[in-house]
Design a protein around this ligand. Structure first.
Ligand code: ZN
Length: 377
């Protein structure tokens, strides 16, 4: 399977400028205007855009380099569009994100560099909006619904649109262009309506050139259990509205899961540092453990060693795709006392000579570990 570097024909050490240049070259080669009706070219055009989308973003590139192609494109947040927005790009996405790479082409009017359908009227799409939503680890563990206020552009009350007189509503005009690809006869978006096939008829006071006004709206976002920082959710249709009969953009929600004071996350597993005193370690006890769904008490066996890891099955984070739940790993630390009183010091001194206190590690620890595992499975 070709990785993103192969797709763009570059080496892993390529600079940002080289990546951009390589993408531009591929985009021109496979551009739909140059390859009308060629599905393979369209597929290659999309692949190049996906490769560029990841490699042009430092964070995504680092993650990609770390995980490898297979894991990056199939893993993580696969359930809703991929780790950090990978996958499922359509032509509109590509042109709205990377339109500038074509050198600020002649698209004007409504969509402002938006995409195009397979001939005929262009589907004008409102701009996607982005927000960042922050949640606690506890919220991420069970899923949560968040209400956020979003400032979206909407069609102004009273605005009307009419069929474009220049293109007769088709959104396309045929023209001869001198382009970077040479002299081409193209069916280009109408530059009066921007390809929408419609222009504004009546503009209400306060509306912008597209007949839109900014409106604050409360949007409810369902966040599934198991999300991680930098995952992205998409709320369809909650971006800016488009003028005329265009479709609304989407609201892209970047997730941030806050650090927890006591629990450390590693994928779906959680880690907890448990401290026990020397007498507790010697005599055994029960201890209260913080989990993401409340507290649980666990037994600490007499003679437990520092460094022992107790596994509480299923007490970790759920997988965002809904299968399996991680574990909570409790790391046992025996706390050695400092600043002893004279009596305490004498007590430990008297133990120094006792051979029973000599360390004598055994392999038998494993059986205890298994026992604890069984206890919670
Ligand atoms: Zn027109």
């Amino acid at each position: 399977m070709a990785d993103f570097y192969d797709i763009l024909g570059i080496s892993k050490s390529a600079t940002a400028a080289e990546i951009k240049k390589a993408y531009r070259k591929k985009a021109i080669e496979f551009h739909p205007d140059k390859n009308p009706g060629d599905e393979t070219a369209e597929e290659n055009f999309k692949k190049a855009a996906e490769a560029y989308e990841t490699l042009s973003d430092q964070q995504k590139k680092a993650r990609y380099d770390q995980l490898g192609h297979q894991a990056y494109t199939s893993g993580g947040a696969g359930g809703f569009g991929g780790g950090g927005g990978f996958g499922g790009m359509d032509m509109d996405d590509i042109f709205s994100q990377f339109g500038d790479i074509f050198g600020g082409g002649g698209f004007s009017g409504f969509g402002g560099g938006g995409g195009f359908g397979s001939g005929g009227r262009r589907r004008v799409k409102g701009k996607d909006l982005r927000i960042r939503v922050s949640l606690t680890l506890e919220e991420a563990a069970v899923g949560v619904e968040k209400k956020v206020k979003v400032k979206r552009k909407k069609q102004a009350p009273g605005v009307t649109y009419k069929t474009c007189t220049t293109c007769g509503g088709s959104g396309q005009v045929t023209r001869i262009q001198n382009t970077i690809l040479g002299r081409m006869q193209t069916s280009a978006p109408c530059n009066v309506c921007g390809g929408a096939g419609q222009t504004m008829d009546k503009k209400p006071a306060g509306a912008d050139a597209q007949g839109l006004v900014i409106d604050e709206e409360t949007v409810s976002i369902k966040i599934p259990a198991g999300v991680e920082t930098d995952m992205r959710l998409k709320v369809s249709g909650k971006g800016n509205e488009a003028p005329g009969n265009g479709i609304s953009g989407d609201l892209l929600v970047d997730i941030e899961v806050k650090e927890h004071a006591e629990l450390q996350r590693e994928g779906n597993n959680l880690h907890f540092d448990l401290y026990v005193s020397v007498p507790e370690a010697v005599l055994g006890t029960t201890k209260e453990i913080q989990t993401v769904t409340g507290k649980v008490r666990i037994p600490i066996e007499a003679g437990i060693q520092s460094g022992k890891i107790l596994r509480l099955r299923g007490k970790g984070m759920p997988n965002v795709n809904g299968y399996a739940t991680g574990d909570l790993l409790v790391h046992v630390n025996v706390w050695t006392p400092r600043n002893l009183s004279r009596d305490q010091k004498e007590f430990f001194e008297s133990m120094m000579a006792d051979s029973h206190f000599e360390p004598a590690p055994e392999k038998g620890d494993k059986s205890f570990f298994e026992k604890v595992k069984d206890m919670f499975s």
